[in-house]
Design a protein around this ligand. Structure first.
Ligand code: MTE
Ligand code: MO
Length: 347
């Protein structure tokens, strides 16, 4: 199997959006044909060549040395595309792959946007296990492999709005968080879901740093009804390929109607709780970062307004400046979760 390291890929090799879109169309039809004609057994490299995109397998470095990569490879043969015009799709321009994987917030690897892609390449993600704990009938520690194997992977095209006022449009690959929750069978005491990132200072240098501001491990949480919402997603890939380490490999949360910091990366622990769990940014600056963190153009951060954002990438011809939408444009889908709540107090 031919897999290049992400760092070996020249930016000229990165799929332009149009080619990528046609690749997705191809994958969709290949998946449809797959059952009848066996096309789903093609390697992605061949699939790409057949769609006019004979460029590369874009797997991150860590996948290259892990023997079980074959099962990942298998899972990525058969990705269900989001329905055009549907709730999990947008026709906005995708943020180019190169920007998505080099402009990151992943404080475990440093505070600069370029640090994660620079320092996370050797991050070991296979094997990976996730502990499911707390108020549920099926607590267990799962190998990610056992968890993913029976799971149908889907593509979702979501907006991501960072609290810092930049935003992207990213084609994720993964599955609904609700699927995992149903398997865990939370009991009647479970009101919240808490998530934790790996704690491993040997691999995540900033967890050792005296200058780190976060109380590691990075933590996040959702109310149970938020976690069960069909938009809440666990991503294991993006752009039709494995998740690069800097984007939270091997598995990260994506909650598109909330500020990006809720979308916790490299998850090792999921716990059902009766009370609101502690979350990393809220612990650090409770007056600036609330538990809910719903994107809201009417509730400003104490140090900056939130009614505008910059859609990346900026170009010579476009500032990328645009209005921020309530719930990041997902209000029709999630507004009911917050009926009767004062969103200025529960920010
Ligand atoms: N563990 C962990 N998860 C994290 C972060 C982090 O520093 N550590 N940063 C968050 C923030 S602030 C944002 S905006 C998104 C960025 O995701 P991306 O780099 O894949 O675009 O990840 C979120 N998840
Ligand atoms: Mo963010």
């Amino acid at each position: 199997m031919l897999i290049k390291r992400a760092s070996d890929i020249k930016s000229s090799e990165i799929t332009p959006e149009s080619v990528y879109r046609s690749r997705r169309e191809f994958m969709k039809s290949a998946a449809a044909l797959g059952g009848a004609a066996g096309i789903s057994s093609l390697l992605p490299g061949l699939a790409m060549a057949a769609s006019g995109d004979g460029l590369r397998a874009r797997a991150p470095a860590n996948m290259q040395r892990s023997a079980p990569a074959a099962w990942w490879e298998d899972k990525f043969q058969n990705i269900e595309a989001a329905e055009r015009g549907g709730a999990f799709w947008t026709n906005e321009a995708l943020t180019p792959y190169q920007d998505v994987v080099t402009y990151n917030n992943f404080y475990e690897f440093g505070m600069d946007k370029g640090d994660p892609s620079r320092y996370a390449q050797e991050f070991e993600v296979d094997p990976w296990s996730i502990e499911i704990a707390g108020e549920c009938d099926n607590p267990a520690t799962y190998h990610l492999e056992d968890f993913l194997k029976p799971q149908q992977l889907e593509e979702r095209i979501y907006r991501l709005r960072c609290v810092e006022r930049w935003s992207m449009v990213i084609p994720w690959v993964g599955f609904p968080l609700a699927d995992l929750i149903k398997k865990a069978q939370p009991n009647s005491k479970a009101k919240y879901v808490a998530f934790e990132t790996l704690l491993d200072p040997d691999q995540m240098p900033a967890q050792n740093s005296r200058f780190a501001i976060i109380d590691w491990p990075y933590r996040e949480g959702l109310r149970m009804d938020e976690a069960m919402h069909p938009l809440a997603f666990l991503a294991v890939g993006l752009y039709g390929d494995y998740l690069p380490p800097q984007n939270g490999a091997p598995i990260r949360l994506v909650v598109p109607w909330k500020y990006g910091f809720k979308s916790i990366k490299s998850i090792v622990r999921i716990r059902f709780t009766e009370t609101e769990p502690q979350t990393a940014w809220n612990m650090l600056q409770p007056q600036e970062y609330g538990f809910y963190a719903n994107v809201n153009p009417n509730v400003h951060h104490p140090r900056w307004r939130q009614d505008m954002e910059t859609r990346l990438p900026r170009t010579l011809f476009s500032s990328g400046r645009q209005e921020t939408l309530m719930f990041n444009g997902y209000g029709d889908q999630v507004g009911h979760l917050y009926e009767g709540m004062d969103l200025a107090r529960n920010f």
